[in-house]
Write a protein that binds this ligand. Sequence first.
Ligand code: SAH
Ligand code: SF4
Length: 394
Amino acid sequence: MSVSAPITQDVLTIPRKMAEGPLNLIGLTRPALAEALRAVGVPDKQVKMRVGQVWQWLYHWGVRDFGAMTNLSKDFRATLAENFTIALPEVVSRQVSSDGTRKYLVRIAGGHEVEVVYIPETDRGTLCVSSQVGCTLTCSFCHTGTQKLVRNLTAAEIVGQIMLARDDLGEWPQPGTGTGDSGPRLLSNVVLMGMGEPLYTFDNVRDAMKIAMDGEGIALSRRRITLSTSGVVPEIAKTAEEIGCLLAVSFHATTDEVRDKLVPINKRWNIETLLNALREYPKISNSERITFEYVMLKDVNDSDADARRLVRLISGIPAKINLIPFNEWPGAPYQRSDWARIEAFADIIYKAGYASPIRTPRGEDIMAACGQLKSATERARKSRAQIAAETGQV
Ligand code: SAH
Ligand code: SF4
């Protein structure tokens, strides 16, 4: 499919299992990779070794060509090439903000697009990864929430976002050096805070993160991965047990009445149910604290009384409160709280003993800030439609 082909985002995609063609090795966990190699005739007693070798080529060296896997025999390389592919999502466009933030528009099978954002900071580099095309949830302040769900991303498409960012950053190790030998990593942290609700595609997110955490590959520590959820309560304990990464929760309100409106999943699992699940998380995952994300919406959830209620609600939970000044998007029904209000709110929380950083919006000039992921795609789509109309291709 050519890069300028029109995109249809509002149809359900046929699940990837049914896709034809060779199996993509990217996104397979170690046991799944072992199974795939067995299926092409690798004898049982060699499977573990072969998995280790192929894994290193894929995830340590970032190699995309079976021919380059030089410690494998020519015959075995040919068998691999006949039966498998090494496929990542395709980068359609890349924008760089004046503050260094990079936004990639990425095309996945079926022609759908998601956005991936890289945020460089002095001591780290964070990649904001998407888990779905669109979102089934309809949080009223979120631009992604206005877009229908098209489909869940596969594990390959999720870990593939990390891999393509490493490609762009030139961060695969060179022969003779280990991962991280050349100084601090450019891509040191991953946040599942892009498009979609990661806990609605749990298995794929888990498999992708397992691959990213594997010590013989990308080797990101589980403490450098943060999964953000709107509050899918039944999956929270599973996240602790099966992924063990840090957790952020889109809290955003201190009464059920307001949270029902802002984060409608609250009607299913209300504040109290959510807090009960969160209380257990640090113990099960052996992680320090939970991040409470709180979007600052003028006159909606930003009063002193809200700040005090928030502190009371989370008491007993090791927590940090991340205040996010609302990122406006065209047609948004809310406004960003005034700066003085945000600071006053932060102060109450801070005085109660919690870290209360105010998140600096990054990449605003390229619409890459939190919750804005959609409009650039929409704009691009519109302009493609326009081009098509102008050139008589419709
Ligand atoms: N679906 C997940 C993760 C993606 S959203 C979740 O909801 O947690 C990542 C964060 O950005 C969430 O806290 C979300 O509530 C917040 N967000 C969404 N739209 C926003 C906007 N317009 N301005 C500021 N933050 C926003
Ligand atoms: Fe979906 Fe998260 Fe946006 Fe809510 S805030 S609509 S859960 S992406």
